[in-house]
Design a protein around this ligand. Structure first.
Ligand code: FE
Ligand code: MN
Length: 445
C-alpha cells in the first residue's frame, strides 16, 4: 500500500509553503502524493500507566476498584496487542488524540513514546499525537506501590514536545504560538490540524488537573492561517482534538464539549473543515453539526483501554471521500499467539464486557436503592437493563440491542419510573435518540 506514492519530501513541500520556517531539518519524511488513497488508524484515551509505576499490590488493587470502567489492569496488554495490529496492517497514519497516560506520569509518557517509535520503525506508519487533559502538568501523577500511592514526576508542555518530537512536533509545518497545536502535512491532499484544547497552566497552582477544554483567540487566528495555506495548496484539513467539538451525551456535556464550541464550529466551517476527530468522553459517538450547507462531523472514538477496546479505521479516497469504521483490538488472539496462559486474557472480550457492565450495574443499583421506592427484584431488573444499554452506548452500538431492551422486563419498569430523574432521562434518551450505528460514517468528497 505504500512506498511508491511517497515521492515528495516534507522539506520540499515546506518550500512551497509560506511561513513554515520552523520545520525541522531531520523531518525528511516522504509525503503521500496527491490522488492516492490514505489509510489512517485513530485511537484515543489510551490512559497508559507504565508497569514500573505499580506492583499489583494492595494499593493498586484498591485504585483499580475505583476505576470508571477503564481496564487499567490490562492496559499494557491492550497496548501491545494494538501495536502489533498497527505494525501488521501498516496504515499510512496513526492519530492519537490525547489522554495518552493515566495521569500524566513521565514514565508512562516515555514508555508510550518508545512504543510509537517501534510502530514507526516497523515501517510505513507515521504517528501523530496531541495531548489530553490528563497528560501535562498533572499534579495527580502517582506511582502505586505496596500500601500507598507516591507522587511521581509529571511533565511540562516543553517535555511533551520533546518526548513526542518524532510523533508530530518535529514534522510540523506550522506551530501555534500559545498552545501545543500544530499543522502536519503527511499527504498532499489531506492535512492534519492537530489542536491542543487543554487548559493545564493552572493545574499545579490549583493542585488538580482541569478537565474542560477551549480554543483561544490567538489559536483561532493561527487556524485561519493554516486554512489559507491548505487552500493555496489544494489540501483539505481534518481537525484532531481531545475535547469534543459537538455535544455527544444527554447527561455529559460540560467539560467534555469545548467551552466555546459554537465559536470553534464557526471558525472550522469558515476553514472548510468537514471532519473532526476527538476523544475524552470515552463514548463511541458521531454527531453532525446543524449547518446544512457546511456540516461538520465530530467523530468521537471510544477509549482504547475500555471495552470493547476499539479504534477507528479512517480511509480517504480522493474520489469517494472519507470512510470511518471501528475495529476491535483482538487481545485474546494476541495472548494466544504469545502462548500466554492467563484465562482472563484468553477470553478477554467476554471478561472485559463483564468488567464494564458490572461497574455500571453497581452504580445504578445503588442509585435505585437510595430512592427507596423499588423492590429488590425491580432494582435488579432495572439495573440489568441500564447496564446492558450502557455497554452498548459506550461502544456506539445501541441499535443492535434496541429491540431486546424494549421488550425486557427491566425497561418496562423504566418506562413507568420517574426517579432518579437524571437516570430516567438517560435511559429514555439512549433508547429513543440513538437510532444510528455510531461505529461507522461516510462523508462524500
Ligand atoms: Fe480520557
Ligand atoms: Mn480526557
Amino acid at each position: 500500500m505504500k512506498g511508491h506514492k511517497k515521492i515528495l519530501y516534507l522539506t520540499a513541500l515546506c518550500a512551497l509553503l509560506t511561513g513554515c520556517s520552523s520545520a525541522s531539518k531531520d523531518a525528511e519524511q516522504a509525503i503521500i502524493e496527491s490522488g492516492n488513497k490514505i489509510s489512517m488508524f485513530v485511537t484515543t484515551d489510551i490512559h497508559y500507566l507504565a508497569e514500573s509505576l505499580h506492583d499489583n499490590g494492595p494499593a493498586y488493587q484498591r485504585y483499580l476498584a475505583t476505576s470508571d470502567g477503564r481496564q487499567l489492569n490490562y492496559v499494557t496488554e491492550i497496548m501491545d496487542a494494538f501495536a502489533e495490529e498497527v505494525e501488521a496492517q501498516k496504515p499510512d497514519i496513526l492519530i492519537v488524540s490525547g489522554d495518552l497516560t493515566n495521569n500524566g506520569e513521565k514514565e508512562s509518557h516515555l514508555k508510550l513514546a518508545e512504543m510509537f517509535g517501534e510502530i514507526e520503525q516497523a515501517g510505513g506508519t507515521r504517528v501523530y499525537v496531541i495531548p489530553g487533559n490528563h497528560d501535562i502538568e498533572n499534579p495527580y501523577a502517582r506511582s502505586i506501590k505496596g500500601e500507598d500511592q507516591y507522587v511521581t514526576d509529571y511533565i511540562s508542555s516543553a517535555d511533551f514536545e520533546t518526548i513526542y518530537g518524532d510523533y508530530g512536533y518535529k514534522e510540523a509545518v506550522s506551530r501555534d504560538k500559545t498552545t501545543l497545536s500544530y499543522l502536519a502535512t503527511p499527504s498532499k491532499d489531506v492535512w492534519l490540524l492537530m489542536l491542543d484544547t487543554n487548559v493545564y497552566k493552572t493545574n499545579i497552582k490549583y493542585g488538580a488537573p482541569a478537565s474542560y477544554g477551549q480554543i483561544g483567540q490567538e489559536t483561532y487566528q493561527w487556524i485561519r492561517e493554516c486554512a489559507k495555506l491548505a487552500k493555496e495548496n489544494n489540501a483539505q484539513m481534518i481537525a484532531v482534538m481531545h475535547h469534543n467539538l459537538l455535544k455527544h451525551s444527554p447527561v455529559l456535556s460540560y467539560g467534555f464539549t469545548l467551552d466555546n464550541y459554537e465559536e470553534a464550529l464557526e471558525v472550522l466551517e469558515e476553514c472548510d473543515v468537514k471532519l473532526a476527530l476527538s476523544g475524552h468522553i470515552h463514548i463511541q459517538d458521531i454527531k453532525r453539526s446543524r449547518n446544512e450547507e457546511h456540516p461538520i462531523y465530530d467523530v468521537v472514538t471510544s477509549s482504547l483501554c475500555t471495552y470493547p477496546q476499539q479504534y477507528g479505521v479512517l480511509e480517504f479516497d480522493p474520489e469517494q471521500g472519507y470512510d470511518y469504521h471501528t475495529t476491535r483490538v483482538d487481545v485474546a488472539s494476541w495472548a494466544k499467539s504469545k502462548n500466554l496462559q492467563n484465562e482472563y486474557l484468553l477470553n478477554f472480550s467476554t471478561n472485559s464486557e463483564k468488567f464494564f457492565a458490572d461497574r455500571a450495574y453497581k452504580r445504578i443499583y445503588n442509585q435505585l436503592t437510595e430512592t427507596g421506592i423499588y423492590t429488590e427484584y425491580e432494582i435488579e431488573l432495572m439495573s440489568d437493563t441500564v447496564s446492558r444499554l450502557n455497554v452498548n452506548y459506550f461502544a456506539g452500538t445501541v441499535p443492535s440491542v434496541r429491540e431486546e431492551i424494549l421488550e425486557s422486563e427491566g425497561y418496562k419498569l423504566w418506562r413507568k419510573a420517574t426517579e432518579p430523574e437524571r437516570m430516567v432521562t438517560y435511559v429514555n434518551s439512549l433508547v429513543f435518540d440513538y437510532k444510528i450505528d455510531n461505529t461507522k460514517l461516510h462523508i462524500s468528497n
